[in-house]
Ligand binder design. Structure first.
Ligand code: C5P
Length: 227
């Protein structure tokens, strides 16, 4: 697979606290990556104007993990759709009714994928148990009409075989070359993620804190391409 196809499978988590920092990182990364992920820290600080700005140059995954009563989540999904982002997520722990409400609200935005967090990659649950729970939640998300899930690399292949290859798997918890795991527990390297059935790899601190973030992104891509 070419470098260009791979860069559209790499999502950089912009876990910074200001528009200035986010835009500076966007500019440093340039076109080395296809996706930027906006999470709680940045969205709470800077909100929709920054999201729209980032969406001019990159695809944007708005990672706010909605988890509330079905009506509230459906309304939040509708608001997120209005921002024009390419992917959003809810937490599968909200249950089938919440997931179905989210899917119904997302149906108005055909260019936006809706995915569900299964088990956080920072969860201390044993790996085998995380796999069972993640698989159950992936099936529940699929039944509710969602497009895919966030899971760890360890669950991606089982989810693909149960839910089909079109069902999207997004995997955070990516580390390589002896990098610090920080708060992540179910961790894998970029090549294993691709080999293990991940469609999109989410990388935050290994790129954000690298002396040269673009170089770190290119390094991750070269591991991804080696599979
Ligand atoms: O810095 P690091 O590579 O650990 O960042 C991982 C990113 O992925 C963070 O933005 C985190 O919020 C997000 N994430 C995660 N686990 C999930 C869902 C999202 O680590 N299950």
């Amino acid at each position: 697979m070419s470098n260009d196809a791979m860069k559209d499978r790499l999502m950089v988590a912009l876990d910074v606290n200001s528009s200035d920092a986010a835009l500076a990182m966007r500019d440093r990364l340039g076109d080395s990556v296809g996706w930027l992920k906006v999470g709680l820290r940045l969205f709470v600080a800077e909100g929709p104007p920054l999201v729209r700005d980032l969406n001019q140059s990159h695809q944007v995954f708005l990672d706010l993990k909605f988890h509330d009563i079905p009506n509230t989540v459906a309304q939040a999904v509708e608001s997120a759709g209005g921002l024009g982002v390419n992917m959003i997520n809810v937490h599968a722990g909200g249950g089938p009714e919440m997931l179905a409400g989210a899917a119904q609200a997302a149906a108005d935005f055909s260019d936006m994928a809706l995915i569900a967090v299964t088990v956080l990659t920072s969860d201390t649950m044993p790996k085998d148990q995380a796999k069972i729970v993640a698989l159950e939640r992936a099936k529940m998300a699929q039944d509710a009409g969602l497009n895919g899930v966030v899971c760890s690399v360890f669950e991606a292949a089982a989810i693909k075989s149960a839910c089909g290859t079109d069902f999207i798997t997004v995997t955070p918890g990516i580390r390589w070359g002896g990098q610090d795991l920080q708060d992540q527990k179910r961790v894998a390297d970029p090549a294993s993620a691709i080999a293990g059935g991940s469609d999109y790899l989410v990388v935050g601190r290994p790129i954000l804190h690298a002396p040269d973030p673009r170089q770190a992104a290119l390094e991750a891509l070269s591991f991804m391409r080696s599979v």
